[in-house]
Design a protein around this ligand. Sequence first.
Ligand SMILES: Cc1cc2nc3c(=O)[nH]c(=O)nc-3n(C[C@H](O)[C@H](O)[C@H](O)COP(=O)(O)O)c2cc1C
Length: 360
Amino acid sequence: MLRYLTAGESHGKFLTGILDGFPAGVKIDAACVARLLERRRLAPGRSARQKTESDAVEITGGVCKGLTTGAPIALLISNAAGRPGHADPWIVKPGHADLAGSLKYNVPPALIRERASARETAMRTALGAFPLRLLELLGIYIISRVTLLGRAADISRAGSSGPKAVAAMLAEINKARREGRTLGGIFEIYACGVPAGLGSHAQADRRLSARLAAAMFSINSVKGVEIGGGFCLAMEHTENTVDFPEMGLGGAVFRTNRAGGIEGGITNGSQLVINCALKPPPAFAGPVPSFNLKTGKKAAFRPVRHDTAAVPAAAVVAEAAAAFEIANALLEKFGGDSFGEIQPRVDAWRRRTKKILRGA
Ligand SMILES: Cc1cc2nc3c(=O)[nH]c(=O)nc-3n(C[C@H](O)[C@H](O)[C@H](O)COP(=O)(O)O)c2cc1C
């Protein structure tokens, strides 16, 4: 079983992460982790903080000479940015975790924000580089694209992620920055090459759809998750919501993927498709009305630097989160403590499912 923990605050000295249960013999190095972190850090829409951070990652356990050893993988990322000056740590930032967290833990809102901040997702991304690499070596690839940002017309759900869509996204971000607004949006995750049979319908907590949805909802600001046709299926005629098999030379083929690659909580061999909607970061150009949790009196919350859009960066975090869940389900099905053990089992299973589809 794969599991992970992270620790550290947004402006603490380090972010720390441990990934346990990861197999031995997977070829990976710090550069591979750094590339993923770089995509998160330099995603469009980030604040000036990202220029201060280098997100240099140190692998302090579980990897020797570029190969995982089967021991827990331990990572460290240093924080460079200093703590922004909080006028009063007891003033609640509306729309963040401040109020709920302070009521629960009885500590100042500013302290809650330090851990609730999406800075923590840097470590989740770094840890996710390991399952992503395992899957890649098994021919499973996870990619993402932004399909909606604010009201940018050219990044439609049916649109491409080509230069036109990127230009529209950057224009929308620059406009929002000038106007002192932040942007929400939608990203889409695809996983290609996922073998059939991961997850199970047999128990609620073994459904891969449920696990993937929980992983997506664990990402800050995610307010909606769809698998396959998602919410649109609710309004469709039944025949437009089902993937009908057609018989080809190699057996049954499916020309649609309305299920998004999962039926009954089990992967069916088609591409996994997940959409996530994010609210805009709860950040403002000037002071906003709030209150002081210590005095109970009205107070203005004064914003500090913030991201204009989190969607492009969150999409990278989601690739890592999806990889963790898919790799976990894959290890549950195939077992094995080293890559050398796992790979032939996956190959054999792929051959077998192909045969079954041909009626053998
Ligand atoms: C990649 C990423 C970057 C974010 N950047 C900011 C930010 O700069 N300022 C901010 O107030 N919220 C930001 N957020 C959103 C907050 O982390 C989030 O709203 C907060 O944790 C409250 O949690 P909730 O919105 O999930 O309920 C960001 C979220 C993500 C995923």
